[in-house]
Ligand binder design. Structure first.
Ligand SMILES: *Cc1c(COP(=O)(O)O)cnc(C)c1O
Length: 392
């Protein structure tokens, strides 16, 4: 079997994402000492750029880790065994975050919500108001639930906390939203942010980071969970204010380039582009499902649509993964699959990172073509609907 398929591999996964050629070239370089003055300059520029993308003036701790590592860094640095946290549900990533926290002895209440509608802020506010002893130390939210394509409005959660007069820390996972749509750490009153390199940042997997504001740093001082690799106190004593051990240099050359691409386009323009492309994808899915039995948008709440990923529910009895396999094998197009409990029931079109209209239209056209070959019940015309949406 030959590994190479002719033409471009179309990659529309909700992470990892396409890496721009100039970012790949920036990382293609020989090794150097991480204490070399030239590297330190690059590192400082990358860290400052990351802070500007997070819209924060505060501390950012970077580790050689996937997003899971960043989650772990946040939890072990902020909490003690027996602390109670409220994790807002809405998809698989909050479930995993809850499992990770529990494994460290944190008491987690997973605030379960309808995965197709997202959290009701009023019920969250009622839950907070009922916490008379203010035992909840933190509220953890996955900004963009990458499995269900649900977005939670962070300023509304902040307002709910403020109205309830609740002192809980506000923690946000921005792994699949940062660099895709609006997020403002300081202005929105977020205490700690978890992020990763391989989604909106258009970099390879491998850098996980946590931004921490003053309230988070204060909580860190008294938190007693065991930690070593992710210990922020130790990190603050290092020149890099990050890392334990050797600093991986290559990704930082990539990060400087990726951030300069985002800056040159303009953060607002980057968000607007994601919104435009996301609307086109949703228009296509709506057209495909406009008969009685076609694929449909999994997220039923337009106020919570994601501009970085679209989860598509396939009709009952159809194996979404068999469809994805055909799309990849025959047309060299990779899209995301479901995760438990949605395995085989959904596919996910990632539209985060380095994408433009032709790439989205190519992906949608290949999906519509593959629907025909596969025998997916659908109404043709998704691509035409996407084109109409993009013209507007
Ligand atoms: C991808 C993702 C994660 C996990 O990141 P890894 O790098 O795979 O460990 C966590 N949260 C969200 C919202 C994600 O999309």
């Amino acid at each position: 079997m030959s590994l190479r398929k002719p033409g471009r591999h179309f990659f529309a996964n909700p992470g990892p994402t396409n890496i721009p050629d100039s970012v790949l070239r920036a990382m293609n370089r020989p090794s150097m000492d991480f204490m070399d003055a030239d590297f330190i300059e690059v590192f400082d520029e990358a860290r400052a750029g990351l802070k500007s993308l997070l819209f924060t003036e505060h501390e950012v701790f970077i580790s050689a880790a996937s997003g899971h590592g960043a989650w772990e860094s946040a939890m072990v640095n902020l909490f003690s065994p027996g602390d109670e946290v409220l994790i807002i549900g809405g998809g698989f990533f909050s479930v995993t975050w809850a499992a990770l926290a529990r494994s460290f002895g944190i008491i987690v209440e997973l605030f379960e919500v309808d995965w197709r509608h997202g959290v009701e802020i009023a019920s969250l506010q009622a839950r907070l108001a009922a916490d008379h002893g203010q035992r909840v130390k933190a509220i953890c939210i996955v900004h963009n639930e990458s499995l269900t394509s649900l977005v939670t409005p962070i300023p509304e959660v902040r307002a709910a906390l403020d109205q309830a007069g609740h002192p809980a820390l506000l923690l946000v996972d921005t792994i699949s939203s940062l660099g895709c749509f609006e997020f403002r750490m300081d202005e929105w009153g977020v205490d700690a942010v978890v992020g990763g390199s391989q989604k909106g940042l258009m970099l390879p997997t491998g850098l996980g980071f946590v931004a921490a504001g003053p309230r988070a740093l204060a909580a860190h001082k008294t938190a007693t969970l065991p930690r070593f690799y992710f210990d922020w106190t130790a990190m603050m004593e290092r020149r890099f204010r990050s890392f334990t051990g050797t600093v991986p240099i290559m990704p930082f050359f990539g990060m400087v380039e990726a951030l300069s691409l985002l800056k040159a386009e303009g953060f607002e323009a980057v968000w607007a582009r994601h919104h435009r492309l996301a609307q086109a994808v949703r228009a296509a899915v709506r057209a495909w499902g406009s008969g009685n039995q076609g694929p449909e948008l999994y997220n039923l709440n337009p106020a919570r649509y994601s501009d970085s990923v679209t989860t598509v529910l396939v009709p009952d009895g159809i194996d979404a993964d068999a469809f994805r396999k055909l799309l990849l094998d025959r047309f060299n197009v990779s899209i995301g699959g479901g995760l438990a409990p949605l395995i085989g029931k959904v596919f996910r079109i990632g539209h985060m990172g380095d994408l433009n209209e032709p790439m989205i239209l190519g992906t949608l056209a290949a999906i519509e073509l593959a629907f025909g070959v596969f025998g997916m019940p659908h109404t043709p015309g998704g691509v035409a609907a996407a084109i109409e949406s993009l013209k507007a």
